[in-house]
Design a protein around this ligand. Structure first.
Ligand code: 0RA
Length: 646
């Protein structure tokens, strides 16, 4: 347990220039936490835990730690314990204080300080522990090494006393306990499932590492969840990505190899579906925007498949090469690299930039994949045939598209009949509302500002994209109306120059059906029009859940919590009339405009790639070919189906 603080005495000789620098560094973190952890909302809060866990993962990557234990305690307390070598405690020559204190108080003095100890670092910015320390009202660190137990406590980043020996031991390891500062974080409430999910992912990405997580907030003797995957990312592909799918070769192709200090680990397994799920990671950090590691993987895959297909005469002399897209259908894969100095770029800092990584991954994947093809010719043949089928489908789709184009259905001159277009012609100023159902569509058409808001009502549930082949997607009426309205065509040319609206807004009911249709649409965009999401054009409208009326005063509220709060405020005085909105169609056009569509007051959520990937995952679970899994999933989640938000 953390004890009550005592004010630290100033050091005997007064503060040195170096001390002042340290204090200023930590103060900078407290003043602008967002710069260091992204945000101070729930995401930033959870980030604190990850930073500490990553430090222990680094120790595991270095080969000295096999177990990490994460515990959520009462009053916002987080504990992370590992069985590594223990953070060094000797006096650090550059700072004059223990290496431990240096790590916890100097910015950019993360695990990499001291040079070559670590090959890689999992921390997002490599600033880890000191940032967490600065943002923690209390932090205790305990190190077991050299026969002793060392301990030091901090308050908002400042040591309360020098490092002290508090016991003897034959073990080694590091234990960090911290409490996030409520001066920085308005809500210190961790979501166990979020943390457990991430911890599980980290365990998959570090085979042989055991990570357990336990929630002691309500019951002190709750069961810990322990994650340990001997097969690492190969298990991830087999049991997670391909869980509800029929695979075309029983064992994932798996290899792990280092080149020039870069660790490259890849697992690949094809299923008989049409869509692709490739997740890439750099130092255990998910990179949904891809980057050089993914590019290297794709180009090696294309090359190896073509070479092998030629060699085995599966591709005839005058057949054209298979294209990168042909390798994607039914592909499930994980590409994980561990590199010395990861550079994260892109809109959400989730794209790996390091240029040298591309060639390194390409080499490792090229060598190992061609060896696999030689050693497992029947699996290789299945994979090649799958790619060749995709190539044929691509050709058929091109023909189908040409035909549709010839019919004029996709030309911008022939917009779908049910689109109520806006008069604005500049895409940057135009909005398209995709609305579920004819009646809601009617309200939206009447309620909108027709100068810049267009409405496209979609009939019922759109096509089940997962099961549909490419030709079917193209033939589907609702999809054709949607892409014709957008002015772009899926995959083939992902050129957004012709996109007719720069804000594409999905507006569905606030109920389970609405959530389902939203999942379908997100999945469609994710798989067929990813660019629209990547460039930040896709949004989700937020219609209110309730209308509260007290006398002449009307309030719209958007969540259960907001309703309860507002009711408390209003009910003291008057009788409040509560009306719940189930469907958009129940609102009058004026109400819809006022609450959901008027740019002056509306809230919209911008969809990022990770939201869409989650929708895609949920969608696979719900719609996947295997009915048994679907049943299990629905039973498992039936009670929380009201939270089926994506
Ligand atoms: C630097 C050097 C050594 C260990 C560590 C850092 C270390 C850091 C953390 C953070 C969490 N758990 C950790 N475990 C170890 C190795 C020094 C040596 O014994 O040679």
């Amino acid at each position: 347990m953390i004890q009550e603080p005592t004010t630290p005495a100033p050091p005997p000789g007064g503060y040195s220039a170096q001390d002042i620098q340290v204090l200023e560094g930590l103060e900078a973190v407290r003043r602008r936490p967002g710069m260091y952890i992204g945000s101070t909302d729930e995401t930033g809060l959870h980030h604190l835990v990850y930073e500490i866990v990553y430090n222990s993962v680094d120790e595991a990557l270095a080969g000295f730690c096999t177990r990490i234990k994460v515990t959520l305690g009462a009053e916002g307390q987080i504990e992370v314990e590992d069985n590594g070598r223990g953070i060094p405690v000797d006096i650090h020559p550059a700072t004059g204080v223990s290496a431990l204190e240096t790590v916890l108080t100097r910015l950019h003095a993360g695990a990499k300080f001291g040079g070559k100890v670590y090959q890689v670092s999992g921390g997002l910015h490599g600033v880890g522990a000191s940032v967490v320390n600065a943002l923690a009202s209390r932090l205790v660190v305990e190190v077991k090494r050299d026969g002793h137990v060392y301990r030091q406590e901090y308050q908002r980043g400042k040591p309360l006393a020098p490092l002290a020996v508090v016991g003897e031991t034959t073990d080694t390891g590091t234990r960090v306990v911290f409490v996030a500062d409520t001066e920085i974080f308005s809500r210190v409430d961790y979501d166990f499932d979020t943390l457990a999910g991430r911890v599980r992912e980290v365990a998959y990405l570090n085979k042989g590492l055991e990570i357990s997580i336990q929630d002691k907030r309500k019951e002190a003797d709750s069961q810990p969840y322990t994650f340990y995957f001997e097969g690492g990312i190969a298990s991830f592909v087999k049991h997670y990505l391909n869980k509800d799918k029929t695979v075309i070769h029983p064992t994932p192709v798996y290899f792990s190899q280092a080149v020039n200090g870069t660790g490259v680990e890849v697992a690949v397994q094809y299923n008989d579906g049409f869509s692709e799920t490739v997740l890439s990671f750099a130092n255990c950090i998910h990179t949904p925007e891809g980057g050089s590691h993914l590019t290297g993987f794709r180009s090696a895959l294309t090359r190896v498949v073509n070479d092998y297909a030629r060699k085995m005469k599966l591709l005839k002399e005058d057949d054209p090469n298979l294209q990168g897209d042909d390798m994607r259908s039914g592909l499930s894969a994980i590409v994980s690299v561990k590199i010395r100095d990861p550079q994260f770029e892109g809109q959400t800092k989730s794209k790996l930039g390091n240029p040298e990584t591309k060639g390194q991954v390409e080499t490792v994947v090229g060598d190992n994949l061609s060896r696999f093809m030689e050693e497992y010719p029947s699996d290789a043949k299945e994979i090649i045939e799958k790619c060749m089928t995709a190539a044929k489908a691509r050709e058929a789709a091109r023909k189908a598209r040409d035909m549709v184009l010839r019919k004029g259905a996709l030309e911008s001159t022939s917009l779908p009949g049910k689109l109520a277009d806006c008069s604005e012609k500049d895409p940057a100023l135009s909005e398209l509302y995709i609305v579920e159902g004819e009646s809601a569509g009617g309200s939206a058409k009447q309620g909108r500002d027709r100068r810049f808001q267009a409405i496209l009502p979609l009939k019922g549930k759109i096509l089940n994209v997962e099961k549909a082949s490419i030709e079917k997607i193209w033939g589907h009426e609702e999809i054709r109306a949607l892409i014709a309205a957008l002015g772009v065509s899926p995959n083939g040319d992902a050129d957004l120059a012709k996109l007719r609206y720069h804000q594409v807004i999905i507006m569905t009911d606030a109920d389970v059906d609405g959530a389902h249709i939203r999942t379908l649409l997100l999945t469609f965009f994710y798989r067929q029009l990813k660019k629209i999401i990547e460039e930040g054009h896709l949004y989700i409208a937020q219609p209110p859940l309730y209308r509260l009326q007290a006398g002449k005063e009307v309030h719209w509220v958007y969540s259960e919590q907001e309703k309860d709060e507002k009711l408390k405020q209003l009910e003291d005085k008057r009788k409040v009339e509560i009306q719940r909105y189930k469907g958009l169609g129940e609102m009058s056009p004026e109400q819809l405009w006022q609450t959901t569509m008027n740019p002056e007051g509306r809230t919209m959520l911008r969809v990022n790639i990770e939201d869409a990937a989650k929708a895609d995952e949920l969608f696979t679970k719900l719609m996947g070919e295997e009915v048994i899994h679907r049943k299990q999933f629905i039973q498992l989640y039936a009670r929380s189906v009201r939270n089926l938000d994506v």
